[in-house]
Write a protein that binds this ligand. Sequence first.
Ligand code: SF4
Length: 479
Amino acid sequence: MAHPIDFSRHFISLREASGQPFAHRVLHPWMDRRPVPLADPGGRYARLLAESAGPRLAYVHIPFCANHCLFCGFYRNKSNDAAMETYVDHVVHEIAQDAARPGVADRPIAAVFLGGGTPSALSADDLHRLLSALRHHLPLAPDCEITVEGRVAGFDAEKIDACLSAGANRFSLGIQSFDTSMRRRMGRKASETEATEFLAGLVARERAAIVCDLIYGLPGQTDDIWARDVSLCDDIGLDGVDLYCLTLQPDSPLALSIAKGSLPPSANDGIAELRYRLGDATLAARGWTRLSQAHWGRTAKERNIYNRATKRGIDCLAFGAGAGGMLQGHRFMLDADIGAYQARIDAGEKPIMAMLAPSPHHAARGFVMDALEHGEIDLAALDACVEPGFVAALHPLFRNWSDVGLVSQSGTKLTLTPHGRYWHNNLAAVLFQLIGAYVDGASPLPEMPGGRPGLGSHPRDLPLTHPNTGHPHAARPHH
Ligand code: SF4
């Protein structure tokens, strides 16, 4: 049944929009802020696994890093060969255990993501047996996208060969900036020359899609450094690139260095938005295609299957300490403590640490998120997905968004402007609230998602996604 919507806290005034329309960026609008814990998560996991249908993904978490990068609040464990070998033994065992559960063997997996932490910190042998276990035990689709994340330092030819021979067909490298002084300041060991030569070497092999992450908004970053970083991706011949806005983690070494005054502040939203637009324009001028709000592709090799599907809430199996997954809208997270995780694997358990009930209107939210990621909402499809009359009820809000330059509307298409693309997560969060208000009569949160400029509100997020990438696992930072 349709309920009237009170838009009073959702309209953005022209005065506010001349600066920024929201006080801060919403990081993960798809995360429900009012989670409902479930009893018996292990039993629930088994039932969901048996009952779920449709496409699936798989995520494997490697919570080890060679060092703690300055901007990262997600460092967990220092890499150590013996500990990593034992850890991989357990992950392989977990994969085999899950593969034998009802509802796994006959559901093809469209994409696998080996993330962390730093998967490339593993030895060549461990990388090979982990990827081989995934291929051996799980029903990977014939054209399954298999991504290995890594960082330049320590990712040698032997490890790359091991990944390729075990079936990896996509490498995602955390570069953040090519500029040597920026890299060193952030705790990156490789220089610009080493990073570019490493990537060029991977491209020259022509065996996999090669993508990298860059971050805008870092302390000391200038427009020139940023434009050069983005241009280098094209010069090197990468297949894809993610451009992420820096999320300053309150407990990260970077935040502490800024607070102490040993580093300049990170960019505010005004500057960050300009950098986002500069990156977008630079890539467009070189013929790249925007595949989502933060991801661009240059060649058909870059399919971006995993990243896109996670934001749509597609089911995702999860393996490894601290990994997070999704089954029929239920988010779950595995024990993040390596000792506890391994003990539970030894005991034959799926080491579920937490499981959250699905967000209300999970499918409609997935539709909205996917549409906003691609910059355009088909309003007729939105109406069909939520409830007839929803779009008509939202007309005053869409007019307001159009007036303040966030969207433009033509017939039944609502298209995000470059300004709207920067704020797309906030727009999603508003729409999620209004779906609940319209369909259920749910009372809106006391504050507009993303707040209002000057109100000093702060992002509040559950610890199930990484703040920059938004992947559904516990810790999927840059590398
Ligand atoms: S950014 Fe990646 S490599 Fe660096 S500390 Fe964080 S998880 Fe580890």
